[in-house]
Structures are given as C-alpha cells and as structure tokens.
Design a protein around this ligand. Sequence first.
Ligand code: NDP
Length: 482
Amino acid sequence: MPKFEYAPAPESRAVVDLQSSYGLFINGEFTDGSGTSFKSISPATEEVLAEVSAASEADIDNAVAAARKAYTRVWSKMSGADRGKYLYRIARILQERAREFAVLETLDNGKPIKESRDVDIPLAAAHFFYNAGWADKLGYAALPGGANPQPHGVVGQIIPWNFPMLMLAWKIAPALATGNTVVLKPAETTPLTALLFAEVCQQADLPPGVVNIVTGAGPTGQAIVDHPGIDKLAFTGSTGVGKMIARAISGTRKKATLELGGKAANIVFDDAPIDQAVEGIVRGIFFNQGHVCCAGSRLLVQETIADEVESRLKRRLETLRVGDPLDKNTDVGAINSRAQLDRIIALTDVGEAEGAVRWDNGCELPSKGFWFRPTVFTGVTQTHRIAQEEVFGPVLSVLTFRTPQEAVAKANNTPYGLSAGIWTEKGSRILWMADQLKAGVVWANTFNQFDPTSPFGGYKESGYGREGGRHGLEPYVKGTLS
Ligand code: NDP
C-alpha cells in the first residue's frame, strides 16, 4: 500500500493560557494549599507545563468542609430546575471554550488533538447537557426515593489520566444534577483540564464549595477515601486501587461506585465485512493509545479468516501516523507517562518471552517523550499474561476460535467484564452472543462508541455501579431499588 506523506498541520497552542503554577480550588477560590507541589509534564516532549499543588490531609479537610457547607446551606435547598440552569451554563461554557480545553488536554495527556477535539471535549459538554436535563425530572426517573430522590451529601471523586476531562464530566455532572456537592481529585499526570474546569465553575457563578478540585497523587486520593465527612465515593482507575478503596470503606456508611479495568474481546466472525471490522479493531485498541478501560485488547477472530484479517490489519496499521499529538493528522499520540510506558514495555516483553509472536508497524518515533509503536501479538494463548492482564497501551493480542460457543468461552475467560465487540452479519448471532457475554457493554459491528444517554460499567473485577444514562443517576441518590 502506498504511504502518503503529510505536511505538518499543528494546532496552535496559543489559545491556552498556561500558568507556571496552580493551586487547589476550594470553596470557589484558588488557594496555595499546605502540601508540597509536583510538576505536570507534556508526555510528548517532557516539557514541564506547570507546577501543581499536592493537597495535604488538611487541604482535604478544608475541601470537604467547603463541600459540606455548600451542600447544607445552598445546593440541597436549591430546586432541581435551578441546579439544572447551572449545569446548562457549564455545558455551554465548555462548548465555547472547547478548543482551549482540547489543546490543554492534548498537551497534558499526550492524546491526539483530533480525539480531544472531536471526542473528549464534545462528550464532556454532552454529559453536562444531558444531566442538566434530568435535574428537574428526578422524580420521574424511577430512582430510589420515588418522587423525591435524596442526594447523599458530599461525594469524593477520584479519576484517572486516560480521559481527564471526560471522566470529570462523567463524575461531576450526575453528582450535581442529583443535588450532591463534590471533592474531585484528577490524576497526578493530568491535572490541568480539571483546574481549567475550576475556572469554568467561577465563570458560571456556581456557588462556592459545590465543586472543589484537589490535585495530588495517591496519598491525596487516599485522604479523600478515608475522610469521615465523605458520604459517597466514585472511582475510576486500576482494579488494584479499586480493591483498596472497597476494603477501606467496608464497615463504614460510605457508598461507592468503582469503574475499573477491562480486557475486552473484539470478536470477528467469518461473515463479517472484513474492512469494516479492521477499522473497528483499530478503533478498539489504538484509539487513545490503548489507554482505554474498555479497549478491545483481545482480538478473537474465526480461524478460517484469521490470516486474511491479520494481513489486512497489519497493512492498515502501517498507515497509522504516530507522533506530535498537536498535529491534526496524528492518529496515535504519546504514552501518558514514563511509568505507564515502563509497564507496557515490561508486559510486552513477557508476551514475547512466553512465546507469542510480536509485530509492530515499524514507524519512526520522536526522540523525546514517551512512545510505543502500535503492536500486534499473534499466536497468543489464553494463559499468556498479555491475554489476561490489562496492558493499557497500543498492544493487541490475537487469538482464534472455531465456533460461537468457543468464542464466548474465550471472551468470558478473564477476571474482567467491562465490554465486548461482535462483528457478524447475523442479527440472531449478535443477540445470542450479547446474551452470553459477561460484559457491561456489548458493541455490535462497531466499537468504542460512547453516549451520555447510555449506561456504562462492568461485571466482576471491572467494578460495580453504572455511569451515564438514567442508571448513572442512581448511585448518587440514597437507597436502593428493591
Ligand atoms: P490508578 O488506579 O493508580 O489511578 C487512578 C486514580 O486513583 C488516580 O487519580 C490516582 O492518583 C488515584 N489513586 C492512586 N492510589 C490511590 C489510593 N491509594 N487511594 C485513592 N486514590 C488513589 O492507576 P495508575 O495510574 O497507577 O495506572 C495503573 C494501571 O491501572 C494502568 O496500567 C491500567 O492498567 C490501569 N488503569 C485503568 C484505568 C481504567 O479506566 N480502567 C484508568 C487508569 C489506569 P495518581 O494518578 O495521582 O497517583
């Protein structure tokens, strides 16, 4: 296949007004905090973008107190219609400032600008619009509490680095719509868009203390989890930290939703339109550098078409453009951190040592920053670690199957259960498979499609609770539906 040369098409970063240092956002104001600070760098260049405060336990105390005061005095007393107005206002400001958010996200996270511009930020705004619509209709949403669902109070929210702004929206929008106030911690490597969001809260005149943003690393997250003033926790991240949180709150009155890892099977039958399936495989695992909890990291392909799919896939991967995330032509950006790159290298080395056959697209990589070539492992068996563990990088493991029953058995042979994909022309087979697959989300003839109206969440070690849709409101109100 001929390779096209593309002239550079960099998005200007002039739209972003980067400050050299950022404090914490507590009670509607930026404060220095009493802890230390850390640097947020661009993973594409290793350039230091800003110095950011690490919130101490005393800072978390202040943030929780501000959230409590805002909850009791203002937010819990406000009508749903009025809360909705604030959420609509935030959504509109996000749209107005979308380019600024997209560029900042790409700088701090390393993801391609075409993804932050076309996926992350528009979807983040859509989650605020969607939840704004619910704020005055909660009594009709069939939630616990019936006609008068009650919020928990102060919610602690801890989010990861793979979709910083989108995960913030998934967390904050339903919490506020249902009448809770929040203390949110973004990931250490990607705090900047959350801090820009704090500015949006000021711009929208959100009452002080309704949203508090506390930056920091694991210990800051731990301080939120352990704080007695937190009524409910919402966490997205690794299964390891999710289990620690579940242990920490067991025996307390705190509620939690956990959205954890995944090892999704993307299953291609021999009647599937192969070129479309190849695009779906690429979207499934190379979107966002594979830093996606629901990534289609295991390709299960029917044996009769395995060779053809493999050769078409490799040909397609040779055309992927890897490099400067701010370039509008870039398909695959930088790995988010040195630590994550080291994890990917370690696990792929194990894949080779265990006998799987490694292939990568051979593209040139920039000399600075954290990069990993789109990689495919064939000859993978179910016991290989690369077939069992979350690599969380641009790495696909290919396995084969002969019958639908075998595909189901292999797809379900994982401790996770977040998502799955099915590629076939037969509608009846899609329905049968979707019924058998232990996965919270099943895509048919597509992959990695997201919408605020659609609930998302997992089975087994992928966590519990749903985010998005009417179901996503439920964890933010008291009681359960019996
Ligand atoms: P973590 O689970 O450590 O990070 C998620 C969030 O939890 C971050 O904000 C993190 O803070 C915070 N955190 C870390 N330790 C604690 C703690 N003890 N108590 C409370 N909060 C805490 O993920 P990693 O960044 O370490 O990534 C490790 C692996 O996890 C990846 O390789 C990937 O496999 C998986 N992962 C899965 C995600 C998913 O969406 N399913 C998302 C991210 C990672 P900080 O970042 O500041 O340390």
